[in-house]
Ligand binder design. Structure first.
Ligand SMILES: *[C@@H]1O[C@H](CO)[C@@H](O)[C@H](O)[C@H]1NC(C)=O
Ligand SMILES: *[C@@H]1O[C@H](CO)[C@@H](O)[C@H](O)[C@H]1NC(C)=O
Ligand SMILES: *[C@@H]1O[C@H](CO)[C@@H](O)[C@H](O)[C@H]1NC(C)=O
Ligand SMILES: *[C@@H]1O[C@H](CO)[C@@H](O)[C@H](O)[C@H]1NC(C)=O
Ligand SMILES: *[C@@H]1O[C@H](CO)[C@@H](O)[C@H](O)[C@H]1NC(C)=O
Ligand SMILES: *[C@@H]1O[C@H](CO)[C@@H](O)[C@H](O)[C@H]1NC(C)=O
Ligand SMILES: *[C@@H]1O[C@H](CO)[C@@H](O)[C@H](O)[C@H]1NC(C)=O
Ligand SMILES: *[C@@H]1O[C@H](CO)[C@@H](O)[C@H](O)[C@H]1NC(C)=O
Ligand SMILES: *[C@@H]1O[C@H](CO)[C@@H](O)[C@H](O)[C@H]1NC(C)=O
Length: 452
């Protein structure tokens, strides 16, 4: 900077200011979401104009959750937009607006006359004539990685007063997506290639009259949320348990009533209380030094000649939330050689196509896909068996611990690397003294397989 200063001063001041602004904008974190483990993750809203009407059109609107591991939990998504002109909604199926607004200027019954409608999904069991395919899940949307069949929501809308020719209709503007709280930022509607639909008996395709796509991306920064998860580490070779960082998700207060375990005057309280407006119940967590609703424990459990074993446990410390369809993402170089995983479903996340050092795990339906509240001792666990890659494998320098852990798409706070459990000094003896005969492995494996 110092060297550049004299030269900058020769420039007209407006250019100098522009350069400064550019330099600064590069430093400020952009609100655009970018998650290196799911670089193309987004929710796309597709707006297909299907049919002209006397005063407008009928459209099919679909939400596609293209994110690998971020799903939308109850009480579900809310989609808002601002009409470009004087549009209104005559009728909606598969969803409804939260407010009708003032429809007194219409003689017939109208569904919504607001300039900025907000739409929610219908609840399961909605009347049959109000349903569409992919509707009525109370706004719950699975992630693409976990359950692509349930990652789509669709509703139909009959729009009035919108002109009746292709040249005179305009896409809605200012899309907002609450899921259920803030976190998503939506771009403008873009005209794209018109969708082809399969008609009736699947021997004919029909085409939308017009299609617009809107892309919404998530950012933990925009969500303004404090962390909700932390990581605890331990190993068979050192009795130290490295607990979650103190105050990872908030600070404990001694003097508050037992209703909440959060300090009355701490900056974290506001975010917890504000959480209410998003309709997700504010977490009421068990008092711990880290105050996180979720704790993930990674235990390096055993060392065999050609394999090593990790036990992973996620514990719910929140009294107000059952986490249904929970998922965990972990990054560790040895995921490329994962041999067996017990009691969880697993999918490789291979965002760059070459190194698969990241895996996604979730519960087996009706077995452990529901992570119960703290008072029900909610926890889920699994064991992972990795094949050692002699090139890289070591217990030194915390190599056996994960690089990154996400719970439900939220980054979990890791302890600082300098406190990771150490290998005892006589580590060169480890491979001999701590290796369990191979036969024991297979006995243990057989036992686990029978009991899963
Ligand atoms: C949105 O996700 C889809 C599917 O992963 C991807 O093809 C598309 O490029 C993404 N769009 C953006 C703007 O990231
Ligand atoms: C829509 O978004 C634009 C740009 O972000 C903003 O200038 C405008 O005020 C918004 N309009 C409404 C009605 O919210
Ligand atoms: C529009 O979105 C849909 C659904 O995500 C996708 O299949 C389609 O490829 C998108 N079109 C463009 C041009 O991005
Ligand atoms: C609670 O506060 C008292 C005094 O204010 C202190 O002695 C005690 O150590 C505190 N307990 C915890 C768990 O912070
Ligand atoms: C959690 O799930 C159990 C069993 O389905 C239910 O009884 C309980 O009320 C749920 N708790 C909350 C907070 O939703
Ligand atoms: C890693 O990715 C490659 C290519 O995508 C795949 O063939 C291989 O099976 C993956 N490894 C594991 C352990 O799943
Ligand atoms: C581990 O995985 C990597 C990448 O897939 C592969 O090159 C290597 O041969 C594997 N090692 C073992 C011991 O399977
Ligand atoms: C275990 O690891 C801790 C660091 O977390 C270290 O202070 C301690 O000395 C280690 N114990 C042994 C026996 O090496
Ligand atoms: C391990 O070795 C380091 C020096 O290499 C020494 O400072 C430390 O005290 C030793 N720890 C134990 C538990 O013997």
């Amino acid at each position: 900077m110092a060297a550049a200063a004299p030269r900058t001063s020769l420039l007209p001041s407006s250019i100098a200011l522009l350069l400064l602004a550019l330099a600064l904008s590069a430093l400020v974190p952009s609100s655009d979401a970018y998650d290196s483990l799911d670089p193309t993750g987004n929710i796309t809203i597709k707006w297909d104009v299907r049919q002209w009407t006397d005063d407008g059109y009928v459209a099919t609107v679909s939400l596609y959750n293209h994110q690998q591991y971020r799903h939308i939990q109850a009480p579900g998504w809310k989609l808002g937009w601002v009409w470009a002109e004087k549009e209104m909604i005559w009728k909606m199926t598969g969803a409804q607006t939260t407010e009708q607004g003032d429809c007194s200027r219409f003689k017939a019954e109208a569904h919504c006359c607001r300039t900025d409608p907000e739409v929610v999904d219908l609840l399961p069991g909605a009347p049959y004539n109000k349903q569409t395919s992919n509707c009525c899940k109370g706004g719950v949307l699975s992630s693409w990685g976990q359950d692509p069949a349930n990652a789509i929501a669709t509703f139909e809308v009959r729009v009035g007063q919108a002109g009746t020719s292709r040249s005179s209709i305009k896409a809605p503007t200012n899309f907002t997506l609450m899921a259920p709280g803030p976190g998503y930022t939506c771009g403008p509607a873009k005209k794209v290639e018109r969708t082809k639909f399969i008609d009736g008996d699947a021997r004919r395709t029909i085409q939308a009259l017009e299609t617009w796509n809107v892309t919404c991306t998530y950012s933990q920064f925009v969500a303004g949320r404090t962390p909700t998860c932390c990581v605890e580490l331990s190993s068979f070779y050192n009795s130290t348990i490295v607990e979650c960082n103190t105050c990872s998700c908030g600070c404990q207060d001694n003097s508050t009533s037992p209703v909440s375990c959060v300090k009355a005057n701490s900056p974290y309280l506001a975010s917890v209380v504000n959480g209410d407006s998003t309709n997700i119940p504010a977490p009421l967590v068990q008092c711990t030094s880290h105050m996180c609703p979720i704790r993930v424990h990674w235990h390096v459990k055993a060392n065999y000649k050609e394999y090593w074993r990790v036990k992973i446990t996620a514990t719910n410390l929140n009294y107000r939330m059952n986490y249904s369809q929970w998922n965990l993402v972990a990054q560790h170089p040895n995921f490329a050689n994962l041999t067996t995983i017990f009691s969880f479903k697993y999918k490789d996340l291979n965002p760059y196509g070459i190194i698969n050092d990241t895996g996604m795990m979730w519960g087996i339906k009706y077995y452990n896909d529901l992570l119960m509240t703290a008072d029900r001792n909610g926890n889920v666990q699994s064991e992972l068996l990795f094949r050692k890659d002699p090139e890289t494998f070591t217990f030194q320098k915390g190599w056996a611990f994960p690089r990154r852990v996400y719970f439900n798409g939220e980054n979990c706070v890791m302890p600082p690397p300098d406190v990771y459990p150490w290998l005892p000094n006589a580590s060169h003896q480890l491979s001999a003294s701590l290796t369990i005969p191979f036969i024991t492995v297979w006995t243990a494996l057989a036992f686990l397989l029978v009991h899963v």
